[in-house]
Design a protein around this ligand. Structure first.
Ligand SMILES: [Zn+2]
Length: 391
């Protein structure tokens, strides 16, 4: 064995996981766990965080600092420094012992459980207060301001700021906390991580035990005209901020989840539903759940996709939404055919109602063969009309 990369070894180990393999730990503070000491017992002598530990009796903190993972293996297994590093590095650290979940209290319960509710509500409440705190909340507020989200918006949506454990980095990282509620009940807590070391693919995580259906249902207005169903929580906030007086918005989140049955029931209350998702699979899933929904895509500019939040930052979101809603006012192919066949209406009305729609060049691309169907019918009607006029 050559030189030992102590920093890398320590970074790859989470002491909460490591100690959780040998003793049962419970959460005592943000990121801090306690349990019986594997050597001297008790109930809470052992204290563990992701990167330090101590036993009040066997090995208290040195000058206020806990001990590291290498010290843990040396102490527990009675081996020297080099061997402790080798065990940690090779993953050979106690695999014969039953493995425990690193966050037992949070993982055991689902959102419907009173214990989950109590813990999650406390967490969210603290996160909300932290975001509002002039000192502690400053980084979170700066992040939101950078995304163009106003204080009024983040307060209305109950956002918070915390440093939950990042599942891949296995360490605490700053995150915006987004509570998912339905009829006042907390159902999930989504984290939006940001900052150093957070890659595009691992910006999001959620508190274990939650269930996400639709984000924002408790903030719906009474605009039974247009509903926007958008991918991504921050996009929903952006749309709400910019156009809540003219339309309603909910989100099916950032992972694949189209809202399912709830989306279907909700959409039935609206005259128009716009589904804004750039991932074709997510769009298909959401559109499939909502008959008559229309797709909406982010604007592409210089190879960059401008989603709702990017458009908000560019000052162009309100116009984009209003244009999309206006386009959605056009009848669908089925509705246009229905109009033409509605013999209770005067023929001139029927022709006029469909004429403008047929002139819209975008319709052609969107509807394909249905377009030709309506066009053929319309031309037939027009011929009929001209004969009538001639007589
Ligand atoms: Zn001890």
């Amino acid at each position: 064995m050559g030189s030992i990369d102590v920093d890398r070894i320590k970074q790859n180990v989470d002491l909460v996981d490591l100690a959780g393999q040998v003793v049962k730990l419970r959460k005592v503070a943000a990121g801090e766990y306690a349990g019986p000491c594997p050597k001297c017992g008790g109930t809470d002598r052992l204290h563990v965080k992701a990167d330090w530990w101590f036993c009040r009796q066997c090995w208290p903190p040195d000058n206020g600092k806990g001990h590291d993972a290498i010290a843990w293996v040396m102490w527990l297994d009675g081996v020297d420094f080099r061997e402790a590093c080798r065990r940690l590095d090779s993953g050979a650290v106690p695999t014969d012992r039953p493995r425990r979940a690193p966050e037992p209290s949070a993982r055991r319960y689902k959102w419907g459980d009173p214990a989950w509710q109590a813990e999650a509500r406390t967490f969210v409440h603290e996160a909300v207060q932290r975001l509002a705190s002039p000192t502690l909340g400053e980084p979170g507020r700066a992040y939101l301001a950078g995304r163009g989200i106003t204080q009024e918006t983040w307060q209305a949506w109950g956002l918070g700021y915390a440093t939950p454990r990042h599942p891949r980095l296995r360490a605490e990282r700053p995150a915006i906390c987004l509570p998912w509620q339905g009829r006042g009940t907390l159902k999930a807590v989504q984290y939006r991580f940001y900052g150093d070391g957070i890659e595009h693919g691992d910006r999001f995580a959620q508190r274990p035990g939650g269930e996400r259906t639709l984000y924002g249902v408790d903030l719906l207005g009474t605009h039974c005209d247009t509903l926007v169903l958008v991918e991504g929580e921050l996009n929903a906030l952006s749309i709400w901020q910019e156009a809540r007086d003219r339309l309603d918005v909910v989100s099916f989140g950032s992972d694949s989840n189209a809202g399912g049955d709830l989306a279907h029931r909700l959409a039935a209350r609206y005259r128009r539903v716009l589904v804004w998702a750039d991932d074709p699979d997510k769009a298909r899933l959401a559109m499939g759940a909502i008959p008559g929904a229309r797709g909406l895509r982010s604007v592409e500019q210089d190879g960059q996709k401008l989603d709702a939040n990017a458009l908000l930052q560019a000052g162009a979101l309100a116009d984009f939404l209003l244009a999309a809603r206006a386009r959605a006012e056009r009848p669908t192919a089925g509705e246009a055919l229905g109009l033409l066949q509605d013999t209770a209406r005067p023929l001139t009305d029927r022709l006029g109602a469909v004429r403008d729609w047929l002139r819209d060049r975008e319709v052609r691309g969107e509807l394909g063969p249905d377009y030709d169907n309506v066009l053929t019918r319309w031309l037939g009607m027009l011929g009929e009309y001209e004969r009538e006029v001639r007589i």
